[in-house]
Write a protein that binds this ligand. Structure first.
Ligand code: HEM
Length: 487
């Protein structure tokens, strides 16, 4: 950004209150060699700001890269969804997208074996909606309460040694074998995508799309890379960790700055409530995919990234996505992991960025008028002027005429119950089907290799439990895994 116009002909360095500083390398001192003076406002201003330069990194997905772009509607989905930004072929909506790894710290390597975050913020005429997606159609857990435990075993360090520990990683996964489907994805070569441009994105969760007539469908979103899937081998990924830890961020930035704009074809899978009742799995189970032969993909948009951020901290680090941010016509489903997420994101962002994080330009909706939420630290948007701060009879707000718009489509009745999904034989059906896909596409060898390379660092009793878990998918995997571990 260029400095604001000022009375001097060349841009002048100033203190943060705008006072010109002729020599930023000089300090005010008592005599030439005496102590420094507290009245040196430039020094104090500079150091005080430096001391506060870091903000907390994200508790998960700390390492990431972002870019601006747009979504263009290519096919009519008005029969499915009333959301304004998805209605009208050719309609374009500006967006900001942040890719990330999950388990590493902010300085960790982009090529780690890990899921990849794929978070998109759309600036629509009806507010900001975020698709906080991932590069796999499934996830490790299916109860929201498990997420902190999952992250503790994969990202946090041992409380005593401060070391990462492969044993706690596998101990957690074996204790929660519904994770096996996602483990198979992450230990295939898709667990080390060549770059952010060469992977698909998925909502993974079921959401609800509601049309103009008020009818809803359960939906899952797929973003298919137009660059084609390209992965790293285990060895290539390890080499990049040492040689170019920022490889994926560099790849994205260089592609966009050279005009080679990456794009994704956006599709939706749909299910009516009646179809969902008949499906052989729950649509609220995040460890399951919807087979495309039964629930085909329907293309509706193109997503393009065409502009790099001007400033990493302002745009990428301060971006704040939440699955709770939605627009009329799109709602969360009852998926228990999604339900927990609806709370967690804005909560961490109030801590990470402050109560008014939605006023930071990258998070700001095109328009917002919520004078009942005002004041607090860094309230920079004019604070809604003199508008009343309660629902007042003197303010002609629209909400009074629109109280019944949010009709619920599902009727939930029941007692408050402590619920944990138990693991059954059915949970191994889709992982078994994935193993057959690996057979057809020649990926079995790489999967066994990647898995055994990782497990070699674990204790023998942990290895035995992992082998036992995979024997429930198919004895072929457990047999090949135990041979690979002995070699
Ligand atoms: C109960 C389960 C989950 C909880 C509590 C949770 C919580 C969080 C939190 C606290 C962050 C950091 C947000 C920030 O600092 O701005 C985060 C980041 C993220 N999460 Fe989750 N998460 C969960 C599951 C998932 C799932 C299932 C997905 C994908 C389908 C996902 C995708 C992401 C992405 C993409 C980011 C990075 C967003 C960005 O780029 O800023 N998370 N998550």
């Amino acid at each position: 950004m260029t400095p604001p116009p000022q009375k001097y002909s060349v841009p002048l360095y100033t203190t943060s209150n705008g006072c010109p500083v002729r020599n930023p390398n000089a300090m005010i001192k008592m005599g030439k060699y005496g102590p420094a003076l507290l009245q040196d406002h430039h020094l104090i201003d500079l150091l005080a700001h430096f001391d506060r330069e870091r903000i907390p990194e994200r508790v998960a997905h700390a390492k990431g890269s972002g870019a601006h772009g747009y979504l263009e509607v290519t096919d009519d989905v008005s029969d499915l969804v009333s959301a304004d930004f998805l209605n009208g072929i050719g309609k374009r909506t500006s967006l900001f997208l942040r890719f990330s790894t999950v388990g590493g710290e902010k300085g960790s390597a982009d090529s780690a074996r890990d899921p990849r975050g794929f978070a998109v913020k759309f600036y629509t005429q009806e507010g900001v909606i975020d698709w906080v997606n991932i590069n796999s159609p499934i996830f490790f857990i299916r109860n929201g309460v498990q997420f902190p435990f999952l992250v503790h075993t994969q990202k946090s360090r041992d409380p005593q040694t401060n070391l990462k520990d492969v044993n706690m990683y596998w101990d957690f996964l074996c204790n929660n074998p519904e994770s096996v489907h996602n483990i198979m994805f992450v230990f295939s070569d898709r667990g080390t995508p060549f770059s952010y441009r060469h992977m698909h994105g998925y909502s993974a969760h079921t959401y609800k799309w509601i049309n103009k007539e008020g009818k809803f469908h359960y939906v899952q979103i797929h973003l298919l890379t137009d660059q084609g899937i390209k992965n790293l081998t285990n060895e290539q990924a390890h080499a990049l960790e040492a040689d170019d830890p920022d490889h994926a961020g560099r790849d994205l930035h260089e592609a966009i700055s050279s005009g080679n704009y990456p794009s994704w074809t956006v599709c939706v899978q749909t299910m009516t409530a009646e179809e969902a009742k008949k499906a052989p799995f729950s649509v609220f189970d995040l460890t399951k995919t919807w087979p495309q032969k039964d629930y085909p993909l329907r293309k509706f948009a193109k997503l393009v990234l065409d502009r790099n951020p001007e400033n990493y901290h302002a745009e990428v680090e301060q971006s704040a996505f939440s699955p709770a941010n939605t627009v009329p016509g799109i709602e969360p489903s009852a998926d228990p992991v999604l339900q927990a997420r609806l709370f967690s994101y804005s909560d961490t962002q109030r801590y990470r960025l402050g109560a008014n994080f939605n006023q930071i330009p990258i998070n700001c909706p095109l328009q917002a008028y919520s004078p009942f939420q005002r004041d607090g630290v860094a309230c920079v948007n004019g604070n809604y002027g003199s508008a009343p701060n309660y629902p007042s009879s003197f303010e002609p707000l629209d909400y009074r005429s629109d109280a019944s718009n949010n009709e619920s489509h599902e009727k939930w009745v029941g007692e408050a119950t402590s619920f944990q999904w138990s693991v059954t034989d059915d949970d191994y059906d889709q992982p078994r089907a994935m193993w057959e896909v690996f057979r057809k596409t020649g990926q079995q060898e790489a999967f066994i290799h990647n898995l055994s390379a990782n497990l070699k660092g674990a204790k023998p009793e942990i290895q035995a439990r992992v082998i036992e878990m995979f024997s429930r998918v198919t004895p072929e995997i457990s047999g090949r895994l135990s041979t690979a571990l002995q070699s």
